[in-house]
Write a protein of this length. Structure first.
Length: 767
């Protein structure tokens, strides 16, 4: 018995001794012109073996027990290779007869367009050479090589210099005594419904590390872990659960993989057996993109396929002030006026669950008793340089007036048992008519002047539901956040001319619809640390922009934690104070309010740097919050650091996760580093005990960097771009990048003009 929306671990299918197993045996057909062939799969079964008074399971060859005798004993199934780019190959391994497999899987929405792979393959085919012999097929370019051994079957992946990156694992490559503990390249056929689940088993090096898989709150390096890729309301940021699972990872060995599926999946990075990794998916095809290159190159290749984050509007990078929840026009107006009287910079006031007549009952109508004239309220706030963001969700309870309308018009996910799969109506975003209807609900709010919609929830598309697409939740559950994110983003962009969401759930491709935040974090130091790991992991999964609830969400944040979390929040791409009240700094005391103001002002002064870095991230698919090894991959220590980060390419932030000290040990990558306030110089490639500066948190800048700044103002609407100055960190020559609304992105050199300003590079941005 499973709980409603309990995660599904695809690897568990391989522990069912009653199922049939198939082991990749040999390549029996191959056509080099089409880059396709067939693999013969040897039928096997899990058997119990007893030795030395201990029982254990082993895989052994077996015969089929099927009648009539019209089924393949050892089926021959298709394999297809696509040459996507000079450093990317796509391997499609069919787990059932290709006659029964739909070939429109690229239209699921994870890729930027259904035809992107064909377009790229037509451009890259000339970069590859294909060689064939009686023993193997070699497919290679200057940057990647794939070898396919015929008999016994095996795949080996190399980089451009001929170094082996990884290879598939098979019974003939095993050195372990108990083969059932070591995943092998195989298929399991369920006795429950004869469906297939694939296992792509690949070799691991002893010192190999793995990163990505979405917004993961566990250790940053996934080595030794198993991750279940199933969208879920985690109710925490300290569990091995995902609001935003992404079936993609990067290896420290110089490669990455993207498993193109939305079905239940699991990634094992040496958890079951230390020398073997395994990608599991309950799909009819193991559809794998393999990338060769550095971390930056792999991430850029992945996002060239699944999309990159557009730069959100300038105002969204300012402070978002929120709590659970502002409940009236008077309350919202009071907070806005207090922000301005306290001279605290802010760009957005978010109204959470309380703007409806009945709290949480999302009918897309402002309460008539607590909001006299919401349109005029929004206009007043806009004149103050403040936008309005509104909460909502895609589930309608039975007493919601939209419940019956959605049900009668066929906009709800249905159940195979007649009726609904849950007590609520869950909007079916695979239905174009439902999407149009849903967008119309948001449109009237956006036309009223609302600037952003919080796309909360979205993780609970029922596994046993029937969708308009003709599929069940088996394929649609993980796709639901992607469809949901897209709908909110598109209507906001259409009405406002600026695309943005504030989303919690996500899947591969959701990075095209920013911004996402980190879910319901606890108000603890360990939750703050877990939130940072989650942001770093999500950034290494293709998401450039990300936020988190400053101070934690669950309860009222203790001032000490709020104080230290605030700097982390301001040095994130997007910054929102949200959670159980009070979140407004004046509700604490004047000293804290003054401190709060000073930290927020620091972010506003850095807007030219933040926007310049954001544009580069958007162009390349890079994260704004990134691990140290992203910029310093040659430094082995950087690969082990998960409690510091780089904010863009030049600013290092080391959050303080304990209130016991005003300083902390900071690992500094190679080169020199200067503290951002006092300009103290520290040598890199070593640890240093550094006192906190901004909010008691060490913040440092790379030597030789020119950081553009503007005077702090109360809203990004009021930034005086013509008063930009440049802070030099290190000796000349220094370089920097800046952004203004008028010029866009441009480079600076260390050379000064007669009036003392820095020279703009004639050739534009120096990549």
């Amino acid at each position: 018995m499973r709980l409603l929306n309990e995660f599904i671990d695809a690897s568990e299918k391989f522990t069912d001794g009653m199922s049939s197993f198939f082991i990749a045996e040999k390549l029996v057909e191959w056509d080099s012109s089409a880059l396709s062939g067939k693999i013969e799969w040897k039928r096997s079964a899990m058997k119990v073996r007893q030795a030395f008074n201990q029982s254990g399971e082993v895989l052994e060859a077996a015969q089929a027990w099927k009648f009539p005798p019209d089924y393949d004993e050892n089926p021959a199934l298709k394999i297809k290779i696509h040459l996507v780019s000079q450093c990317t190959v796509r391997v499609k391994i069919y787990l059932a007869d290709s006659l029964f497999i739909a070939e429109n899987r690229d239209s699921a929405g994870m890729l930027i367009s259904p035809g992107i792979v064909d377009e790229l393959c037509s451009e890259s085919r000339g970069f590859f050479t294909v060689e064939e012999s009686s023993e193997k097929i070699s497919i290679f370019s200057d940057d990647i090589k794939l070898e396919i051994l015929r008999d016994p079957f095996e795949m080996r992946f190399y980089d451009g210099e001929g170094h082996l990156l990884t290879s598939t694992v098979h019974p003939h490559t095993l050195m372990s005594l108990r083969n059932s503990d070591n995943p092998v390249f195989s298929i399991v056929e369920s006795v429950e419904d004869t469906s297939q689940t694939g296992c792509f088993a690949f070799s691991l090096q002893h010192d190999e590390a793995f990163y990505g898989t979405g917004e993961s709150f566990t250790r940053l390096n996934k080595r030794g872990q198993k991750t279940v890729l199933w969208t879920e309301d985690a109710n925490s940021c300290q569990r091995n659960r995902y609001y935003k699972p992404i079936p993609f990872f990067i290896s420290s060995r110089g490669y990455g993989m993207f498993l193109h599926t939305s079905t239940p999946a699991a990634f094992d990075f040496g958890c079951k057996y230390d020398g073997t990794g395994a990608l599991y998916a309950e799909d009819s095809v193991m559809d794998l993109f393999f990338f060769s290159g550095s971390v930056k190159e792999v991430l850029s290749e992945y996002t060239s396929l699944t999309g990159r984050s557009p730069v959100p509007p300038l105002w969204s990078f300012g402070l978002w002030m929120s709590r659970i929840t502002y409940k009236s026009e008077t309350e919202v107006q009071s907070v806005a006026e207090r922000l301005r009287s306290e001279k605290i910079p802010c760009d957005v006031i978010h109204i959470d669950t309380g703007w409806f007549e009945k709290d949480w009952i999302c009918d897309y109508e402002f309460s008539g008793t607590r909001f006299d004239n919401p349109e005029k309220l929004i206009a007043r706030l806009n004149r103050m340089g403040l936008r309005v963001s509104l909460w909502q969700l895609p589930y309608f309870t039975p007493n919601n007036p939209l419940f019956r309308e959605a049900l009668e018009k066929g906009y709800a996910v249905r159940s195979g048992k007649a009726g609904l799969p849950t007590e609520d109506v869950i909007i079916d975003f695979s239905n174009p008519d439902a999407v149009f209807w849903y967008k119309s609900l948001l449109k009237k709010l956006l036309v009223m002047g609302v600037s952003a919609i919080k796309a909360d929830f979205g993780e609970a598309a029922p596994y046993h539901g029937i969708f308009h697409s003709g599929k069940t939740g088996h394929s649609e559950h993980n796709l639901y956040p992607l469809r949901y994110n897209k709908a909110v983003y598109e209507i906001t962009d259409e009405v406002c001319g600026e695309g943005i969401i504030w989303g919690r759930s996500a899947w591969a491709g959701s990075q095209r619809y920013p911004v996402h935040w980190g879910g319901d974090s606890e108000n603890t130091d360990s939750a703050m640390a877990a939130s940072l790991r989650a942001g770093l992991s999500l950034g290494l999964s293709g998401f450039s922009f990300w936020s988190h609830d400053i101070g934690g969400f669950v309860k009222s944040s203790p001032e000490d934690i709020y104080r230290r979390w605030l700097t982390f929040g301001m040095f994130s791409s997007h910054s929102r104070c949200h959670g159980a009240p009070p979140t407004e700094p004046w509700e604490s005391n004047k000293k804290f309010t003054d401190f709060f103001r000073s930290v927020v002002e620091r972010k506003y002064r850095l807007m030219p740097y933040i926007m310049a870095q954001s544009v580069i991230c958007s162009r390349k698919g890079f994260p704004m919050v990134r691990p140290l090894f992203f910029e310093f991959p040659e430094d082995r220590t950087c690969w082990n650091i998960e409690d510091e980060y780089l904010f863009g390419s030049s600013i290092l932030v080391a959050p303080v996760f304990s209130g016991d000290s005003a300083e902390r040990d900071v690992y500094l990558p190679p080169g020199k580093w200067l503290s951002i306030e006092h300009k103290t110089v520290y040598e890199g490639s070593r640890w240093a005990r550094i006192p906190g500066e901004i909010g008691g948190v060490p913040v440092l800048v790379r030597w030789g960097t020119l950081i553009p700044e503007v005077p702090a103002v109360l809203s990004t609407d009021f930034i005086q771009w013509d008063r930009m100055t440049y802070e030099a960190y290190g000796d000349n020559p220094v370089e920097g990048i800046a952004w203004t609304p008028e010029k866009g992105l441009y480079s600076l050199t260390g050379e000064k003009t007669e009036d003392g300003s820095y020279v703009i590079a004639e050739e534009g941005l120096a990549e």
